[in-house]
Design a protein around this ligand. Structure first.
Ligand code: F3S
Length: 106
């Protein structure tokens, strides 16, 4: 499967959604996740993300390894998103941030 990782948080550009052939993206308030049961590993979403948030599970950076289980867990409850929309208003400010999940959890 493919995985949405930390750079998406507080940005949510949603360019990825437009190219997904199987509608496997699910939307939460601060970021998107991929449903691993729906993703067909086509990889077309990877170059679409302006902040390079999407990785194959086999190529996830070590410091983002926990996003694999997080995508699976959150995709089970968050609704599917099928159309691109405006990014979060603070996206430009947050796009270079790191470990943004930690900020969210505090
Ligand atoms: Fe997030 Fe990148 Fe998609 S910021 S919403 S994974 S285009």
């Amino acid at each position: 499967t493919h995985v949405v990782a930390d750079p998406c948080i507080r940005c949510k550009y949603t360019d990825c959604v437009d190219v997904c052939p199987v509608d496997c993206f699910h939307e939460g308030p601060e970021f998107l996740v991929i449903d691993p049961d729906e993703c067909i590993d086509c990889a077309v979403c990877i170059p679409e993300c302006p902040v390079s948030a999407i990785h194959a599970d086999t190529e996830l950076p070590a410091n983002m390894a926990h996003f694999l289980a997080l995508n699976q867990r959150l995709a089970a409850t968050w609704p599917v998103i099928t159309a691109r929309k405006a990014p979060l208003p603070e996206a430009e400010r947050w796009k270079n941030g790191e470990n943004k999940l930690l900020d969210l959890e505090q």
